[in-house]
Design a protein around this ligand. Sequence first.
Ligand SMILES: Nc1ncnc2c1ncn2[C@@H]1O[C@H](COP(=O)(O)OP(=O)(O)OP(=O)(O)O)[C@@H](O)[C@H]1O
Ligand SMILES: [Mg+2]
Length: 307
Amino acid sequence: MPSIISVSNLSKTYGSGFTALKNINLEIQRGEIFALLGPNGAGKTTLISIICGIANLSEGRVTVDGHNISTDYRAARSLIGLVPQELHTDAFESVWGTVSFSRGLFGKPKNPAHIEKVLKDLSLWDKKDSKIVTLSGGMKRRVMIAKALSHEPQILFLDEPTAGVDVELRKGMWEVVRTLQAAGVTIILTTHYIEEAEEMADRVGVINKGEIVLVEDKANLMQKLGKKHLKLHLQGKIDKIPPELAAYNLELSDQGNELTYNYDTKGERTGITSLLGDVRNAGIRFYDLDTSQSSLEDIFVSLVRAP
Ligand SMILES: Nc1ncnc2c1ncn2[C@@H]1O[C@H](COP(=O)(O)OP(=O)(O)OP(=O)(O)O)[C@@H](O)[C@H]1O
Ligand SMILES: [Mg+2]
């Protein structure tokens, strides 16, 4: 299936001369939830702003459902809903008024039934006549989502949707996103939170210093997470791994003082029992052992630390 968003060779240099995005290539599949993960200043908001037509690109090409965002801006933009990172709403307008007005901005005819559904889906129906200024932060954020959905977009961008939102509301937000996906909406969200990407996304892209450093199915990432490491701290150092232990693919480290065994927690057998027996039979003694697991966090940290 062709992608719904296609970004090729995209670069962005701001007027200040700062290059915020370097040669980005990214395909977003129709109907997926894609999480863009990266530290502060990585370029997440810049990338989203360009796709949504709020900022201009310096080089490259972006299409949204086949519409080039530079030459066919209106058609591209009408397919997109954006919940920006910075909340700005008309404080003294009512919830109903502000959400209905947003729909009008896209030139769509009035559709009170749709606005009602959006407000109900976001648990804002009982607040429809309240002024924005009287709402809590989490409610305001949901109003921003309602605004973004007012014109029935096929694609929804959520830039840090759960920043400053408490755990319970965050779960509620995830529910909303899943419901939207079930209704056929493609969702791209940015986050600093690895758990959020883990919980929500079908695919994860990691961006750092303006470059995409990894794009992977979450399932594949989770498989990497399923790997554990058993480290044996040896009583005496060894020069090489005895041939009778070759089948275990052990690694020798700390100048021969540590043996590491990598195994899959999702496999039928870990092989630990037989390994320990064979280690003993090979005459190797150890005084301690520990196990560890690589997490998405480790993968992320190692990716963004790389020079
Ligand atoms: N209008 C601008 N002019 C010059 N530089 C900018 C402008 N907007 C953003 N930048 C710079 O571009 C880089 C990327 O910023 P961006 O807002 O895209 O990052 P981000 O990944 O969204 O960060 P955060 O997680 O903090 O929201 C930063 O170094 C930022 O200072
Ligand atoms: Mg940002």
